[in-house]
Design a protein around this ligand. Structure first.
Ligand code: GDP
Ligand code: MN
Length: 369
């Protein structure tokens, strides 16, 4: 999960990483709570990069401007995401912008990155001026030492007290990544201001597999209600905007099924992966979730059975008896038995993926959820 900036800033506070004074605003009335000195910066809380260029970061020099810009920002969509929260931040005098991050990386395990060319996407710097990126593999057992931060600080051209300031911030950011199970901890820009170094923007990506040991971690705000429920049930579900519900076993197979539905000129309503070896109980829970989406008009279920058993899946479907048309493709373990059970109960069942998908697309007209 990618945390929103205001959530990242809370962790920065906990880890003594300096950041400007700020107030979170969820509706226009909340602006009355804002007692920061002007000018302030309004920042749309959406989990995408490049908000600045998309109008999601704006300066307000007085109360009237703050009100007006907040009103506009609450009506904006940034890269397709509606703005529900705004972080109002005390504006800083920025002399220079740096980049700083720690990230898990398959090749290096744990990487420390810093650059004097902050404020822009690091991918852009890597493409145009790779020599401006300081990169060091961190020993996962030994951890990160402040002296490694000092070496990077010199690379960035910092001197005097700023060297130890930078190294302290890097060290604390590293502790945050380790202790909170983040896959990425990034400050961009880390700004040089008259008060020293300040984190002006924060990006944290939490490893969702570690939720069980972090009760303090906020829920993912970008999930829809259904996605949250699916998470609790334990199925991998992503809501989409079409009307053909797609259920399968194995993420690759489900992705191929989504493509096929698109190829046939229809739009999938969701991604749902039951995983391998699904029981009839899981099948029922999966159908329950997809049918909660009112847009769904038919179901395309795609089962390639290895450890999964087609008869088990078929029993789940017959037991659940979905109220809208369903077309099933089953092949593999106990295929004949599975198809027999479904056909006997009056359901469409095929061993070919294309036929089953075509049928699901056709059946849309005959259902309504
Ligand atoms: P992003 O575009 O989503 O990465 O949002 P950022 O929070 O990084 O803001 C984009 C840019 O706005 C920063 O790189 C800064 O250049 C600028 N910015 C943000 N806050 C301030 C501020 O308080 N003072 C100044 N001078 N610039 C700011
Ligand atoms: Mn940024």
């Amino acid at each position: 999960m990618r945390l929103l900036e205001y959530q990242a800033m809370k962790f920065f506070g906990e880890y003594s990483i300096p950041a400007p004074g700020q107030v979170l605003v969820e509706k226009e009335e909340d602006l009355e709570k804002v007692s920061l000195p002007f000018p302030v910066v309004l920042k749309a809380q959406v989990a995408v990069g490049g908000r600045g260029k998309a109008g999601g970061v704006q300066l307000a020099s007085n109360e009237e401007e703050l009100r007006e810009k907040a009103r506009q920002m609450f009506q904006m969509q940034i890269k397709g995401i509606p703005v529900r929260k705004i972080l109002v931040v005390e504006a800083q005098k920025v002399e220079k912008e740096f980049y700083l991050s720690f990230l898990l990386d398959r090749k290096h395990m744990l990487l420390f990155l810093a650059s004097p060319s902050g404020g822009v996407d690091i991918e852009e710097v890597a493409a145009r001026n790779p020599e401006l990126i300081y990169q060091r593999k961190i020993d996962t057992w030994r951890g990160f030492s402040p002296f490694e931060g000092k070496i990077a600080a010199k690379f960035l051209g910092l001197s005097g007290e700023l060297i130890s300031q930078f190294s302290r911030i890097a060290f604390n950011l590293f502790r945050l990544l380790r202790e909170k199970d983040m896959q990425l901890a990034e400050i961009n820009p880390l700004a040089l201001t008259p008060q020293g170094l300040v984190a002006l923007d924060g990006k944290l990506i939490f490893d969702d597999n570690a939720y069980f040991r972090h009760p303090e971690m906020p829920p993912d705000e970008s999930l829809t209600e259904l996605e949250k429920e699916a998470k609790e049930v334990g199925v991998a579900y992503v809501e989409m905007d079409g009307d053909v519900a797609v259920i399968g076993c194995g993420a690759g197979l489900v992705l191929a099924s989504l493509d096929l539905v698109n190829h046939l000129g229809a739009r999938p309503a969701n991604f749902l992966d039951l995983g391998g070896g699904a029981s009839s109980e899981m099948v029922k829970r999966g159908m329950e979730i997809v049918l909660r989406n009112p847009r769904v008009k038919s179901i395309f279920m795609n089962i390639f059975a290895g450890i999964t058993r087609c008869d088990e899946i078929a029993r789940g479907i017959v037991d659940f008896a979905p109220k809208i048309p369903i077309s099933v493709r089953m092949t593999g373990t106990n295929e004949e038995e599975g198809i027999r059970i479904l056909k006997e109960a009056g359901y469409e069942a095929f061993s070919s993926m294309e036929e089953a998908a075509e049928q699901a697309v056709l059946l849309r007209g005959k259902g309504g959820n």
